[in-house]
Ligand binder design. Structure first.
Ligand SMILES: Nc1nc2c(ncn2[C@@H]2O[C@H](COP(=O)(O)OP(=O)(O)O)[C@@H](O)[C@H]2O)c(=O)[nH]1
Ligand SMILES: [Mg+2]
Length: 297
């Protein structure tokens, strides 16, 4: 049996979470076109007859600007140091940046083996692929590069197989049917945050925290979910709610549908919007909202 941990690293928005979801075969991490979508370290577990890979999704790499992003960066750093292997994700559509090579060099210097997933090839001109492959070859970093499309599932099996073979011999860490280390409650909050990321622009989604007050399945099998959407300003609250509550109704409806898909049952969702100024810079509130500091983990 092969079994090990792989940290999935790369710039914000590269497509890390999408690729993990596809490899695991279930949604374990939310996805949006905006940076800072993933805030926590999330484990996505892929189990086959002869191997288990635990993918460590990370918040990505960008410059820290507040206590929350600072903590997210530390989470990425810490996660990258306690694994067997690194999968570096490059957005092929966006193109390889010098920063990517700097980061790959930095993580290689930790002494961990690394492969590259060059993703989103479904939306880029085919002729760019060999040009970028030459850049990888010329980097002197000795990398195994896999051009993939997470969205179309292209070449993903080849990548999985390659990674499985790189895992050390060992027993399973998670039971066969476990796909994530996170609870259903956590995913419900994340699904709500994903829909807000998809609907609202600028600073609003980055200043959102979701607090689940109730998460219960009643005797009819319906999940009763009550949650607070915490934002940073009264102005944001007004936008989140919208005229006659139109915006919040719409976003809650999308969230509910996705929650039902995730839980495989009906959901009765009620939401409240609250303001907590500057919560992202207040350690006590970060903790209250479930953002635990992984430093020294
Ligand atoms: N077309 C296309 N879009 C993708 C692919 N993978 C990710 N995306 C999109 O890229 C954006 C960022 O993806 P996400 O997984 O959240 O990136 P992360 O920040 O690295 O975790 C989202 O809008 C995804 O839908 C892909 O293979 N093809
Ligand atoms: Mg992500």
């Amino acid at each position: 049996m092969k079994s090990g941990y792989i940290a999935v690293i790369g710039r914000a928005n590269a497509g890390k979470s999408t690729l993990i979801n596809v490899m695991v075969g279930e949604k374990v991490s939310i996805v949006s076109p905006k940076p800072q979508t993933t805030r926590d370290r999330i484990l996505g577990v892929l189990t086959e007859d002869d191997y288990q890979i635990v993918f460590v999704d990370t918040p990505g790499i960008y410059k820290a600007r507040n206590a929350l992003t600072d903590m997210m960066m530390r989470t990425t750093e810490t996660s990258a140091k306690s694994v067997d292997y690194i999968l570096y994700v490059v957005d092929g559509h966006d193109g390889i940046a010098d920063e990517d090579f700097e980061l790959m060099k930095k993580y290689k210097a930790l002494g961990l083996p690394m492969a590259v997933a060059y993703t989103k090839i479904d939306i880029m001109p085919k002729e760019n692929i060999p040009l970028d492959m030459a850049k990888f070859a010329d980097s002197g970093l000795d990398l195994d590069v896999f051009p993939v499309s997470a969205r179309k599932g292209k070449n993903v099996n080849a990548l999985k197989k390659f990674l499985a073979e790189k895992m050390p011999e060992g027993e399973k860490v998670f039971q066969q049917d476990i796909v994530s280390d996170k609870s259903e409650r956590f995913m419900i909050a994340e699904i709500m945050r994903e829909k807000i990321l998809l609907k609202f622009d600028k600073e609003i989604p980055h200043g959102i925290a979701i607090v689940i007050n109730t998460f219960e399945q009643n005797e009819r099998g319906v999940y009763e979910v009550n949650l607070d959407i915490v934002c940073e300003r009264a102005g944001h609250k007004a936008i989140l709610i919208g005229k006659q509550g139109k915006a919040i109704k719409e976003v809650s409806s999308f969230a509910r549908q996705d929650m039902e898909k995730f839980l495989g049952a009906k959901v009765f969702l009620t939401t409240f919007v609250k303001v907590k100024e500057e919560w992202r810079d207040r350690p006590a509130l970060l903790k209250e909202y479930g953002y635990e500091d992984l430093r020294g983990d």
